[in-house]
Design a protein around this ligand. Structure first.
Ligand code: ADP
Ligand code: MG
Length: 319
C-alpha cells in the first residue's frame, strides 16, 4: 500500500509544490521576516486515547506538536488556529473547556494568540487540527535540506522516554493513579511533550545548524527525512545515542531501551547537523553528538557492536 510519505511526494511533483516537505512552509512576509506555517492533525484512537490522557494534557499536546515544528525552523511562534471535531458525548461534558485550558496554558508560555479555528460535530471520535504561524529573520529558517557530507549530527536531549511512556500506557499504567516520579516522567514525555522553541531560536541566532527537524516520527525515520532532503547519507553511532536514563529504572525496559530511542517517536527533541568547526559550540550547549553526515552513496547506516547496519525508517506510519 502507498505510504503517506509517498502520497505527499506524489502530490508535490504532480502539482509542482515547492514549499511542501519541511517541518513548516516558509513564505516571504516583508523585507525583514519570513513567515512559517505548520498544521497537525490528531485523531482519537489513532494519535491518542482519551482513557490514557486528560483533556488538559491533550490540549497541551495539540499545540506542542505544532510549536515543535516551528522550533525546528528556528522560528518564533505567533498565532494559531484550532479546529475541533467533537462527538456529542464529549460536548455534554466539561471536556472542551478543559482541553482549551490545557492549550492556553502552553500558549501563554510562548505568547501565542488563538486567532481562529472551526468547530464541527463529529459522529464518533474527537479530532483536532492545529495550525500555528510564526516568523523568522529573512532567509534564516533552518531547512531539512542543508546538510553536507562531513557535518556532524547532534540531538538536543534524551530519547526513548515517550516510547517507554507509551508502552506503560499500553500496559495499563495511568497518570491519574499517582504513579512514582520516574513512571510519571516517562508518561509525561508521551502525554505532555515540551517543544524546544527557545533552543530552536537560539540555534538560528548562532547560525549553528546546517539542517534541522524535530523528532516526531522517530530518530531513524526523521534522520532519513533529513538525509533525503539534503541528498546525503548518514552514519549513526548506537553507543552515543542519549537514552533517557529513566528507562533503565524498569528492568523489563532495559533490553528495549535502544529500540525506544531509535524507533519510538514523539520525543520532540531537535535533530540537527553542524559543520565540524562548530562541534565544540554544540557540545557546550549540552547537545549529544550521535553520528555524521556521509556521501549519498553511503546510504543510511548505524554502527552498533562493531558492525555497520543499514537503517530503515521504523517510526509510526499511518498507512
Ligand atoms: P511533521 O512530522 O514535521 O509535522 P509531516 O511528516 O506531517 O511533518 O509532513 C511532512 C511534510 O508534508 C510537511 O511539509 C507537511 O506540511 C506536508 N504534508 C503532510 N500532509 C499533507 C497533506 N495532506 N497535504 C499537503 N502537504 C502535506
Ligand atoms: Mg516536524
Amino acid at each position: 500500500m502507498r505510504s503517506e510519505f509517498k502520497f505527499i511526494d506524489d502530490i508535490r511533483s504532480r502539482y509542482e509544490l515547492s514549499r511542501i516537505g519541511d517541518d513548516c512552509a516558509v513564505m516571504p512576509m516583508d523585507d525583514a521576516l519570513d513567515m512559517v506555517i505548520t498544521a497537525d492533525l490528531l485523531v482519537e484512537d489513532i494519535d491518542f486515547r482519551l482513557e490514557w490522557t486528560t483533556p488538559e494534557f491533550l490540549g497541551h499536546k495539540a499545540l506542542a506538536v505544532s510549536l515543535s515544528d516551528i522550533a525546528a525552523m528556528g522560528a518564533t511562534p505567533r498565532s494559531a488556529l484550532l479546529s475541533v471535531g467533537v462527538p456529542e458525548r464529549l460536548w455534554k461534558t466539561d471536556f472542551l473547556d478543559r482541553f482549551y485550558a490545557g492549550w492556553h496554558d502552553l500558549a501563554g508560555k510562548h505568547c501565542v494568540e488563538l486567532v481562529g479555528g472551526d468547530i464541527s460535530r463529529s459522529p464518533d471520535k474527537f479530532f483536532v487540527d492545529s495550525t500555528v504561524v510564526g516568523d523568522v529573520s529573512k532567509g534564516k529558517a533552518v531547512l531539512r535540506s542543508g546538510a553536507q557530507p562531513g557535518d556532524l549530527i547532534f540531538v538536543t536531549g534524551f530519547l526513548g522516554g515517550a516510547a517507554a511512556g507509551l508502552e506503560m500506557l499500553l500496559d495499563g499504567i495511568r497518570i491519574d493513579a499517582s504513579p512514582g516520579t520516574t513512571t510519571r516522567h516517562l508518561l509525561l514525555r508521551q502525554l505532555q511533550p515540551i517543544p524546544h522553541v527557545a533552543t530552536g531560536k537560539l540555534l538560528t541566532e548562532y547560525a549553528l545548524p546546517t539542517a534541522m527537524l524535530d523528532i516526531s516520527d522517530g530518530l531513524t525515520s526523521d534522520l532519513i527525512h533529513l538525509a533525503r532532503a539534503s541528498g546525503t547519507g548518514v552514519l549513526l553511532t548506537a553507543d552515543t545515542i542519549p537514552i533517557d536514563p529513566a528507562i533503565f529504572a524498569f528492568p523489563n525496559f532495559s533490553a528495549k531501551a535502544l529500540e525506544f530511542a531509535i524507533g519510538g517517536g514523539e520525543d520532540f527533541e531537535l535533530l540537527l547537523t553542524v559543520d565540524p568547526e562548530n562541534c565544540d559550540l554544540a557540545l557546550d550547549l549540552g547537545f549529544h553528538h550521535i553520528g555524521k553526515v556521509t556521501d549519498p552513496s553511503d546510504d543510511y547506516r548505524l554502527a552498533r557492536n562493531g558492525k555497520i547496519e543499514e537503517i530503515e525508517p521504523t517510526g509510526f506510519r499511518h498507512f
